[in-house]
Design a protein around this ligand. Structure first.
Ligand code: UD1
Ligand code: MG
Length: 465
């Protein structure tokens, strides 16, 4: 293994082609499956780095800095965007004296994998290159820098679209925008990049020409799967990358024993884990750091984010965020859970039930039309249809404590803060605003009066005049 491997991730560009109304929005902050583009690049290269990692930030730089904080050594400002070469120059004070090699990547290429980058590093080492550029052969090379090779097949130069002649425009081998370069030679030559080109910028690719003139060894590492190099410059490419990533992730899960009924309409984020024999029905999205166990039936049309699901659950057409679910529960259709809700095992949470910061012990049932917020509910308690925890007085939120084996009658309003103790019972339609002791029945509703004959009086058809 090589030692002293550093990385620079270029993320200062304006992203003009994204056509956002928000001028300060950084292109590399656009998400795929909720994960910003730049984080894909950091995650892909990081396992190979034993030195330092810098991101070069500019447009929307504060946002980008926050996005990568903790996963890179530091972010370095490029105040004016004068090209990819100029971007790398900003890192010179931090890296120029380091031995070893430096990876240079763009923050807008989220599909590159660690395996591909590792391959490239091995190519660089085996062939004793001073500079390796990643290339790919594309049917439609438009927009990318073209790789110019000499009659011996050696890489001679990179020509950007705007600077290319008709003959060069036909070249199908392009610059993927990833380089591995001997660190000392990189910073020795970087200042020599010229701006004499169509865009008046310092192009990083021009290093190839400079290296060759010095007699340094330059070579290419050709991508096997050219889709990996897709750079996101506009929203069409953003959607293309999403599509590729979606199918790649779904395939990984299917090969691991997860059934995905319709991979086209199933969106699973890159950090989600799913156990074997779980079935994902169409129209389902699972994002964030969600962890799904074995043997679940999830979907159709279910959204899970940062949610842990145990084994053997059914989760039908529901929306669960920041929640934790045990085993063998029946959830949905149309359940919403959020804000650190925890559901034990063997529970039933049904249609139009919202749980917010709710903690349900094993065997709790809340089958329909209910709001349970800021609440603890003990084992085997039954929550009747139409129950509401009134947890908010417009200023503060209050807690509701419901013990085990409680029966909350239909249409109960529980005005928090309140405690309903073990085995208690509330009569249907009650508004409960005092604690209920164990095994008591609370009834709190106006007494009914029957007015004899009134129905006939009011509903009888009026005699015709
Ligand atoms: C670049 C390459 C092109 C290659 C393509 C691969 C150059 C000049 N061109 O073109 O050969 O085929 O990537 O995707 O290198 N950036 C800065 N500061 C700047 C300019 C750019 O940090 O002053 C960053 C951008 O944020 C981006 C990356 O560098 O992450 C590439 O810039 P971009 O404008 O996307 O270049 P491309 O036109 O895609
Ligand atoms: Mg680009």
């Amino acid at each position: 293994m090589l030692k002293n491997i550093n990385a620079i991730i270029l993320a200062a560009g304006k992203g003009t082609r994204m056509k956002s109304r928000d001028e300060s929005r950084s292109k590399v902050a656009y998400p795929i499956f909720g994960v910003p583009l730049v984080q894909y690049v950091v995650r892909a290269v990081k396992p190979l780095i034993d030195g330092e990692i810098y991101t070069v930030i500019g447009f929307g730089g504060e946002t980008t800095r926050e996005l990568v904080k903790g996963s890179v050594t530091d972010s370095v400002w490029q105040r004016e965007q004068k090209g990819t070469g100029h971007a790398v120059l900003q890192v010179k004070p931090y890296l120029e004296n380091k031995k070893g090699v430096t990876f240079i990547l763009c923050g807008d290429t989220p599909l590159l994998t660690t395996a591909t980058l590792e391959n490239m590093l091995q190519d660089h080492e085996k062939k004793s290159h001073d500079l390796t550029v990643m290339t790919a052969v594309l049917d439609k090379p438009y927009g990318y820098g073209r790789i110019v090779r000499n009659k011996y097949g050696l890489v001679e130069a990179i020509v950007e679209e705007a600077d290319s002649n008709d003959e060069q425009k036909n070249i199908k081998e392009v610059n993927a925008g990833v380089y591995v370069i001997n660190n000392e030679k990189l910073f020795e030559q970087l200042n020599n990049l010229s701006t004499a080109n169509a865009q008046g910028e310092m192009y990083l690719g021009d290093l190839i020409d400079l290296f060759r003139k010095k007699g340094y060894v330059v070579g290419a590492s050709i991508l096997q799967d050219s889709s990996e190099m897709l750079g996101i410059n506009n929203r069409v490419q953003l959607a293309e990358a999403t599509e590729i990533l979606k199918l790649r992730i779904n395939k990984k899960h299917m090969l691991n024993g997860v059934s995905i009924v319709d991979p086209k309409t199933t969106y699973i984020g890159p950090f989600v884990t799913i156990g074997a024999d779980t079935i994902i029905q169409p129209g389902t999205t699972i994002l964030g750091e969600s962890k799904i166990g074995f043997d679940n039936l999830i979907g159709p049309n279910t959204y899970l984010e940062n949610t842990e699901i145990g084994d053997g659950n059914t989760i039908l057409s529901s929306w669960l965020t920041d929640s934790k679910v045990g085993h063998h529960n029946e959830i949905g259709p149309f359940t919403k859970t959020r804000a650190h809700t925890e559901i034990g095992s063997h529970c039933r949470v049904g249609n139009f039930v919202e749980l917010k910061n709710a903690h349900l012990q094993d065997g709790v049932k809340s089958a329909h039309l209910t709001y349970l917020g800021d609440v603890d509910i003990g084992e085997k308690t039954n929550i009747g249809c139409g129950t509401i925890t009134a947890n908010y007085d417009g200023v503060k939120k209050y807690h509701t404590d419901i013990g085990p084996e409680v029966f909350i009658g239909s249409g109960t309003i529980l005005i928090a803060p309140i405690t309903i103790e073990k085995g208690a019972f509330t009569a249907a339609g009650s508004t409960i605003n005092r604690d209920v002791p164990a095994d008591a029945m609370a009834i709190a509703r106006a007494r009914q009066e029957n007015k004899e004959g009134y129905a006939v009086r009011y509903h009888k058809p009026k005699p015709e005049k």
